[in-house]
Design a protein around this ligand. Sequence first.
Ligand code: NAP
Length: 302
Amino acid sequence: MAQIYDRVALIGLGLIASSLAHAMRRDGLAGEIIGTARSVETRDTARQLGFCDAITETSAEAVKDADLVVLCVPIGVMGAIAADIAPHLKEGCVLSDVGSTKRAVIDAVGPHLPKHVHFIPAHPMAGTEQSGPTSGFAELFENRWCLMTPMDANKEALATYRGFWEAMGSNVEEMDPDHHDLVCAVTSHAPHLIAYTMVGVADDLRRVTDNEVVKFSAGGFRDFTRIAASDPTMWRDVFLSNKDATLEILGRFTEELFALQRAIRQGDGDHLHEYFTRTRAIRRGIVESGQDTDAPNFGRGR
Ligand code: NAP
């Protein structure tokens, strides 16, 4: 495939950044990949793994002369990093991020950027419960959605950046940032919170049942434990930065849960059957749309 950017800088070198680097290498999308991370340990590991052409000590050094800069750090630190790198960004470069929420990133990053920079926030809906530079792989973004919230970005810069993600195998869709946050609250954020809660409940139970929860864990619960093993910093920031949409969805969830609770108490089998028939149809729709390529690995498309 043809090279799209001469020089790409990755700020943060965890799961998403290392996967980006592997995919860019595989597809020849970048002339040069420069990476940087907060800790010496991560920088050393990335150097050993060799998925970047150079690793710098600071973000300011990394972004020098880069045509594309991607922030691959937790959402809560993106604003501070944007302020740090802003004076060093090349005229006309694209500044993007991979954060799982978009409104908070736009509010935190946007004000720091000079006018000559094309800001294109993005969210690859792809991930695993692993983190760090050793966890990345080139196929992570294949057949996954990459949602972009470009607002009034330059059309040419946007078309090139879309092409970059498409070249890595992603399907790209543009969206309003608030709508993005609501969609992800339903499809990813609230389900993660429910998984965290379910595993927490089971952990309490485990003390009573003497390890039976672990011993007999299967199907649904095992999937919950995998999701609940996701990075605590990342998910703390997701909930804090998508508060309104997540609370809205959790409110609805609680209402539905109470309705099911009442149906069970009252022995209302018709209600339960109708409800499960409706949810089964939703599941079939997901399978038919081809978004179930990694079943039973529920939770990968975030
Ligand atoms: P990760 O594997 O944990 O890597 C995070 C990187 O950010 C590491 O290089 C880390 O540096 C750096 N970092 C952490 N705290 C920092 C701080 N306070 N200041 C500067 N750097 C810091 O995370 P990831 O899964 O790649 O996630 C990165 C971003 O992608 C997040 O915004 C997340 O919302 C988004 N995202 C994640 C997924 C997913 O499933 N994982 C999916 C879609 C989008 P050190 O290693 O040196 O500590």
